[in-house]
Design a protein around this ligand. Sequence first.
Ligand code: HEC
Ligand code: HEC
Length: 365
Amino acid sequence: MRKLLIATLVFLLIWACKKDMDITCADCDLTHIDYNPKPYKIIRPAGFGEMPIPTDNPLTEEGIRLGRFLFYDPVLSSDSTISCGSCHKQEFGFTDGKAVSPGVNGTLGTRSSMSLFNVGYYDTGLFWDGRSSTLEKQALEPVENPVEMHEHWPNVEKKLQRSKFYPEMFRKAFGIKEKKEMTRELAAKALAQFMRTILSYNSRFDEIFLRQEGFPTEQELRGYDMFFNTSLDLPDAQCGHCHNGFLLTNNGYFNNGLDSVANLKDYKDGGRGVITGQYFDYGKFRAPTLRNIGYTSPFMHDGRFSTIEQVMNHYVDHIKNVVNLDANLAILDLTPSQVQDVLEFLKMLDDPSAISDPQYSNPFK
Ligand code: HEC
Ligand code: HEC
């Protein structure tokens, strides 16, 4: 009886140790795995600028591959139900098609998911309020955000270290020597690398206006002329003041007159003001790209408009006059047929090839 007890205890002890070792595996050596990352040269589409790449996180095929797996892996969330890809779905232009996004347990956030196309070019701050300066910093946020993945990084690091395939992928991407070097910082670097490769540059707008391969229809051209105010014969639709360049945004922060308030601090979501603390920044948000808006509804930081027609209706007829309303939006006078022309131009910004590009799709499927 006593022998049995001792045997059982010894067994339990070994089992407990083994289990513990499996979990922490602090000194698991990875140096037997080849480390020879292949530099990845990101393409520079016609009409696009140079993408800024931080010197301490150069793109490599192995890094991008790791980032893509992490992006689509629900292991980053507390109950393994939510991945980055749950709220950034390729078929919705890397948004989720919802006004605000449900995170773990269906908890709703207060903001609408943002498209990730060409996100590597955004250099005035990420998120609607610009609170994160780099993709490397941004990528750390969703995991610990209670309304998103509601997890803790130390846990995620353990889960990744225990995984069958991530240790090898981290080694190949970053040359780490042992599992305990699989940190959140490297995970964020890999996610950032993958996100920099998510490009959209094959819309009709690119083809016709950036690459000069063909001609717009008359209606598209009228819409273009109004959007960018390039014709004296047509009224200025004002859009191009903020939504311009190859990104279709200047990435500035503006109040585009969605709600009227007596005091700017009364905004339910203060946006940029909460970050800078400046009174006149309350109610301002980053002007988003208009690329692929045919896929990214609903619109605005809180997803209040479900169609582009409603957005146009806002700009043409319902601008609220607040003290920090952008001057370009004060008066906008378009006839219904001119509104149709602008809508026709906006359709040129959709890029079906990017929506179905297998490079950015879920690698687990
Ligand atoms: C629960 C839904 C949800 C999940 C999960 C989620 N996001 Fe987001 N994402 C959002 C929302 C909502 C915003 C806008 C938030 C804001 O402005 O405060 C956003 C914004 C972003 C932006 C900023 C884009 C820009 O133009 O500034 C990036 C980049 C991003 N997410 C990447 C990620 C990555 C990487 C992950 C996984 C680690 C992730 N997201 C997980 C909902 C989500
Ligand atoms: C003064 C700068 C400015 C001008 C001019 C402007 N916008 Fe915007 N636009 C913004 C800002 C800022 C937002 C985000 C506001 C928010 O979410 O609170 C926005 C959001 C949008 C969105 C929503 C996109 C999304 O992903 O949710 C669309 C569509 C849009 N604008 C189209 C237009 C069109 C069309 C015009 C011309 C009729 C126009 N904008 C003129 C600054 C501007």
